[in-house]
Design a protein around this ligand. Structure first.
Ligand code: SIN
Length: 286
């Protein structure tokens, strides 16, 4: 098993490892170490069954149900992300975000498996929140450290609901939930339990207000930080192939599904997981 770094700050492709029904202890510790170090790990040519993908989530923690995009049938924790050939609306995950940061207990990580990808386009971008933190101008870093930021589920709530024509996966996501508008407060900066590296925990889809600042002032400050996070040096652009599996650390990265493949079908399968006995991002505060 080998790791091949993809960029200077995040991402590694893994070779020499085939996920099967029984994941060995050696594979488990290799995957966990690689994920801690690279934050996004890419496993080409896996072609996992739903059962195997769920088994892979078990290696990292407890598979977590997405309350706004529940899987159907046997696998409620498995979100099927589809854009059909004739669909010209938004895409699921089509903006920088960390998954479900507006929940009390956002998932610790996610596993995405490519079932059908377009011949071109449909890439996913990732960014390292650790790289963004370590190069953040000092006044912004001082302002954020030790503070909390509120998160709200704007796409799923009422107050900030996007126009229906822009909503992705209509019919298979839950929308207009007043509880999604409720602010949940998480630390703005987290510390990785293994590598001890610090990272920002804010994202433009869900972060809303900085503790001690009103909405307007928060928006101005947060926008500066988002621009910094998305600098090309902090990013990785991932080209998918059918059968590829990607696992990411959902507390120390953001990701963005690029919507540039109208006229082609794309289908992915996602399972998120939660650490056992987790209290969420608060466990990682600096
Ligand atoms: C997501 O998990 O936000 C979607 C990623 C993708 O479909 O590329």
């Amino acid at each position: 098993m080998q790791c091949h770094p993809i960029t200077g700050f995040l991402g590694a492709e893994i070779s020499g490892l085939k996920i099967s029904d029984k994941i060995s202890e050696k594979q488990t510790s290799f995957l966990k170490n690689a994920l801690s170090k690279y934050l996004v790990i890419v496993l080409p040519d896996q072609f996992l069954t739903a059962e195997q993908q769920r088994g892979l989530a078990d290696v990292f923690g407890a598979p977590a149900i997405n309350p706004y995009a529940r899987g159907r049938g046997e696998y409620p924790e498995m979100t099927i992300i589809v854009k059909e050939v004739g669909d010209t609306t938004g895409v699921f995950g089509g903006g920088w975000h960390t998954d479900l940061s507006f929940l009390d207990l956002p998932p610790r990580g996610s596993i995405l498996s490519a079932i059908e990808v377009p011949p071109y386009g449909g890439d996913t971008m990732y960014l390292s929140q650790q790289a963004a933190w370590s190069s953040l101008p000092k006044p912004l870093a001082q302002l954020l450290e030790g503070r909390k930021v509120s998160h709200v589920g704007k796409p799923y709530g009422v107050r900030w609901a996007p126009p229906v024509e822009e909503q992705s996966m209509k019919g298979s996501t839950t929308r207009n939930d007043p509880d999604a508008d409720r602010e949940r407060w998480h630390p703005a900066v987290l510390k990785h339990p293994i590598t001890k590296k610090k990272g920002l925990y804010i994202n433009p889809t869900y972060a809303h207000r900085i503790e001690g600042f009103d909405e307007d002032k928060s928006t101005t400050i947060l926008q500066m930080i988002y621009d910094h996070c998305a600098l090309p040096e902090h990013c990785l652009r991932l080209r998918w192939r059918n059968g590829m599996v990607v696992i990411w650390d959902n507390y120390f990265t953001q990701h963005y599904a690029i919507n540039d493949y109208h006229g082609f079908r794309r289908e992915m399968r996602r399972v998120a997981y939660q650490n056992f006995n987790s209290k969420g991002p608060i466990d990682f505060q600096t």
